[in-house]
Design a protein. Structure first.
Length: 200
């Protein structure tokens, strides 16, 4: 097993429900590298279905990128490669050109932000940033575990535990500030509102 695959499995674990990969690089070498890594780590639901990573369903979340495009500084090709139960989205930028080193950004609905970090590329995400918990907020699963213990159920793919009032607008991490919503509808509904708030 590669060092990348081993690090990922040690930090994140194996898929709860394996699914087909949804990532397709146009460069043959990049695609081969990804297929080898993906064979080791898998795609789909992870961490008791708190995370959904690298699976084919992620293409349905592309409208979220459009809805929050007011946070983006260019019109690069971007795809969603992962999400957590709160609607945080991992975004890969320009994969057709950059391949396995494509930069990774994070949509953070708790702070209405899109952030990128030096050194955070696709392979580094898998072998370093994710397993070491270096992506801010992405692996914080305490609220999810509490919700699951209370409801004895799992969220479906489109459901998220959505924050009502973001932290950046004075909200708090407390149960009454969250509700179950459809992730695409959440991004589309909040996009126009937050765009006005941030640019007023």
């Amino acid at each position: 097993m590669s060092s990348v695959g081993e690090a990922f499995i040690q930090g994140i674990g194996r898929p709860d429900l394996p699914e087909v990969s949804g990532i397709d690089f146009s460069k043959r070498i990049a695609q081969k590298v990804w297929e080898e890594v993906q064979e080791e780590i898998g795609s789909g639901w992870f961490m008791n279905r708190f995370l959904y990573l690298f699976g084919e369903k992620l293409e349905y979340l592309s409208p979220c990128i459009d809805a929050w495009s007011f946070l983006l500084d260019s019109e690069l090709n971007r795809i969603v490669i992962g999400k957590n139960a709160y609607g945080f989205l991992l975004i890969m930028e320009d994969p057709k050109t950059k391949g396995i080193n494509a930069p990774i950004g994070l949509f953070d609905p708790w702070n209405i932000s899109y952030r990128k970090y030096d050194g955070l590329g696709f392979i580094n995400l898998i072998g370093n940033w994710l397993p070491q918990g270096r992506v801010p907020g992405f692996l914080y699963n305490i609220l999810y575990e509490s919700w699951q213990e209370k409801n004895k159920n799992y969220l479906d793919f489109f459901e998220i535990i959505a924050i009502k009032q973001p932290l950046s607008l004075g909200g708090k991490i407390e149960e009454q500030n969250f509700q179950i919503e459809n992730i695409v509808e959440y991004y589309q509904t909040t996009g126009s509102i937050y765009n006005k708030v941030l640019n007023s």
